[in-house]
Design a protein around this ligand. Sequence first.
Ligand code: NAG
Ligand code: NAG
Ligand code: NAG
Ligand code: NAG
Length: 462
Amino acid sequence: MKSTILLLLLSSFMIKVLSHSCEIYTVNNQLSARCNNLNLNEIPTDLDSQIKVLRCESNHLTSISSVSFVRYFQLQEIYLKKNQLKSIPYRLFFPVENLQILDLSRNRLESIPTTALEYTPKLREIILSYNYINRIDEFSFKNLARLLKLDISHCHIRFIQPNSLKNLKSLTELNVIGNELKGLISTTILPKSLTVFRLHHNKWICDCKLRWLLQFLTNNKLKISWTFGNRIPRCQNPELLKGVRWTELNSTNFACAPTIIRYTSYVSVNATLNCLSTGDPQPEVTWYKKNLRVTPSKRNRITFWRTFKKALDIFHYNSSLKIINMTEKDIGLYKCVSLNSAGRSEVTISLSGSSSMRAESNWEKKKLRALSASLTCFLLVILCSIISILMLRIIKRRRLSGVYRIQNQGAESAGSKCEEDATASPLQQIDSITHKHAETPNSTPDLLKNNWTEEEAVGTAV
Ligand SMILES: *[C@@H]1O[C@H](CO)[C@@H](O)[C@H](O)[C@H]1NC(C)=O
Ligand SMILES: *[C@@H]1O[C@H](CO)[C@@H](O)[C@H](O)[C@H]1NC(C)=O
Ligand SMILES: *[C@@H]1O[C@H](CO)[C@@H](O)[C@H](O)[C@H]1NC(C)=O
Ligand SMILES: *[C@@H]1O[C@H](CO)[C@@H](O)[C@H](O)[C@H]1NC(C)=O
């Protein structure tokens, strides 16, 4: 029993010793307490109540009592860096109305201690870097009109609400380095008093939505510092600009590649193809059929118009290709291409004929088939006629050549004449026939009779 009491006494004595090992010193006439690296679980309660500066860095504070500072109401600077604080009690700073500097960096805060900061209207500087705060909401900094410096670097911040910085009317320095910011909404109100804006090492998507920021920084180049030697914001996206420093870009480089968001085709007497795209700068929309560009003509009408979509804060561009009096030839695949400096987007739209057109085209096909059949027939008839005429002529000629041979039988042998005839060209033969015909006056029925037998002999020889 005695020994336990002794142990308890001893341990309480030890704690006293530990807390008293905080160093009390004076700097610039300000009484300060330094309690760094003391494995503390709580703020010591027995320090000089007149302290103006309290350093309690690199300890084991996992939570903090809301009355921790009641005794130290004169505090102007509180440093709680490198602890494990997850939250800050609502009334923690209520007693320290003169608080000017607050360092809560490298803790485990998951949000801005908004309610607690409502009691610190004289705060000039707050350091919240290296916490787990992933967003800055509208009312995060409500009552901090005198704040000059805000450090929310390395906090995994992804989103900053556009009005969240509105009340920081005196802010000169804003540090959002090393977060996961991809963009800032164009309606974000940045304090007019801002002179230093540290924003490198984020995941900036350098597209048309962020163009305003580059424009703002470029326009206020003389007033706001945002590049610090090599520490210059760079683009993480789009691929085209990956790793490029903002100082190498101008606002036209911050563009949005086109996206085709909808397309339709409609067929009746006229065919209409629609292609709806977005993109900034304004894309140029072109139409292709079989890789040939469709240009406006009497039959092809191309119209283009834009509409501003307020809710989305973007323009929609509608291109329409109208084919007047569509025919079967117009059926097929069409391509809509939307193009600007940041890229291109394309879709293939199929234009099929209407059912009536298909019926019509079937009828046309039948008509064409009938026509070609009759044409073939017609040609055949002509060919048959030509052949019969030729045959007739040949028959006639053979008849005459028989006459000729009979006439010359006395002078030459019939056999040799026959050979000559065989070697002569048909034209010559015809010539000789007509010639002989002219020379031979009336032929007698007798000769004709003879000729029939002769002709048979020549026919087999030829
Ligand atoms: C922006 O930069 C591009 C080259 O990246 C250049 O062609 C263009 O003229 C510049 N525009 C302005 C407004 O300076
Ligand atoms: C087809 O387009 C022409 C020219 O725009 C128009 O005059 C005609 O009325 C249209 N026909 C139909 C059926 O829409
Ligand atoms: C379309 O067809 C109508 C009726 O057949 C005709 O009057 C008109 O000239 C045609 N238009 C064109 C562009 O071919
Ligand atoms: C695009 O134009 C076509 C043709 O006039 C129209 O039918 C369609 O509704 C338009 N689309 C949009 C989204 O404006």
